[in-house]
Every structure is written in C-alpha cells, then in structure tokens.
Design a protein around this ligand. Structure first.
Ligand code: ZN
Length: 224
C-alpha cells in the first residue's frame, strides 16, 4: 500500500497554551515521524489543535516553534501534513490564510497540507459547486500553493455552511454533494494526491462510499 499515512492522536495539540500539553504534543509528533520513517510510511497527518484562551498570534508563534522542533531532523522520505480544521472558536488551521502562514513561516520542504472537505465546508468554504471549488482552489493556490496540498480527506457533511462543527457524512449525501466532489475530482493537477475517506457507518457504508467516490472520479475521466 503506497502511500501509507499515519494519522496522529487527537491528544496532539500544537496550539495549546498549556506548556505540558504542547511539549507532549511535539514529543508525540517526533515519535510518529520516526515510526513513519521506520515503516516507510510517507505521510504523518496531524491536526493543529486549539489556541485555548490565548490570543491567536501568540498561539500561532508558539505552534510554529513546536512545528520547527518537530521538523528539525525529520527523516528523509517522510512528510508532515497539517490538516485544516472546522474553524470553531479558537481552533487553529481553519482558514487557508492560516495554513498558508504555517507553510510560509516554516518554509520546510517536508511540510504539507491536508484538506478535509467536511472541515473546509464547516469553516465557511462553499465547495458544493464548480464555482465554489474553483474559488477555493484559486485561493488555496495563492495562499498555500497547490503543490503543498498533499492529501485530501473526502468527507461530506450535514453541517450548515460555516457551521464550525466537525461532523462527517456519506459522500454525495450531505451539503457538499456530488457536484462539489465532481468539481474537485475534475482538477487534473490534483489527481496524484492521496485521498482518504473518513465517512461514518459500518462496512457496507464504507463500500458504498468507496464506490461513490470511484464513480465520481471515473465520471470525470480520472484514473482511480
Ligand atoms: Zn480529517
């Protein structure tokens, strides 16, 4: 299976204002990067966490220091991939601006971004139409660089646009719908990216969601 991905523990909170949690998070992250290298796993995908009670700019600077520490000595062949959040309250990484700021501030070649479609929608990005997806990717190209988007989490969601809640739903059956996923699938420059489904339910749901996403990609002429 290639590429394989490690999804880090939800205990990781790189934005945390609690010294202990922040230090523990970076230790855990460094460990995951080593495990990935040992297992020849290409991507370590992590959430950024929440700033807690602290002003965003302070939290951002601290998260950068921790990420710098994690990236310092990152083994070759492994990439650290930061995931966008649903953008609630003090959550870190809900906007393309903020994700782009991490990429620019850290300037590390082994740092990438993961776009979770359900989180993007919940954060207010209207990716349910061709026009909306084009606008989103235009902004992502400007602020992050499309080459830095290494991975997608394809999830639909029933949360209202900008609802800031992290709830995943079956592909094509939520607010992003077929049109949104079709528009994403239609972009040839993204075809070699890794995509992961994190949809809910049992094995039968997983099979249905896999079939749906494959049909969407085939429908736009992409190899899957
Ligand atoms: Zn995700």
């Amino acid at each position: 299976m290639d590429p394989a991905v490690i999804h880090t523990s939800y205990l990781i909170n790189l934005a945390s204002d609690d010294e202990k949690i922040a230090a523990g998070s970076v230790r855990l992250l460094r460990k995951e990067l080593e495990v990935a290298a040992a297992g020849e796993i290409r991507y370590v995908n992590t959430h950024l966490g929440s700033y807690g009670t602290r002003p965003r700019h302070e939290g951002f600077a601290n998260a950068c220091r921790l990420l710098e520490n994690a990236l310092d000595g990152i083994p070759p062949g492994v990439e650290l991939v930061l995931e966008n959040s649903a953008g609630a309250g003090q959550l870190c990484g809900g906007t393309l601006d903020e994700l782009g700021d991490f990429i620019k501030t850290l300037g590390h070649p082994q740092l990438g971004i993961c776009i979770d479609t359900a989180h993007a929608w919940a954060a207010g990005y209207e990716i349910n139409t061709q026009r909306g997806v084009d606008g989103f990717l235009y902004e992502a190209a400007e602020k992050i660089g499309l080459d830095r988007i290494r991975m997608f989490h394809f999830n639909d969601t029933q949360v209202p646009l900008g609802g800031n809640r992290d709830r995943h739903y079956h592909i094509g059956e939520g607010n992003i719908g077929f049109e949104g996923f079709r528009a994403l699938a239609a972009r040839p420059e993204l075809h070699d990216r890794t995509a992961i489904l994190e949809t809910p339910g049992d094995d039968a749901d997983d099979i249905r969601n896999m079939q749906t996403i494959r049909a969407i990609f085939k429908g736009v002429g992409a190899a899957v």
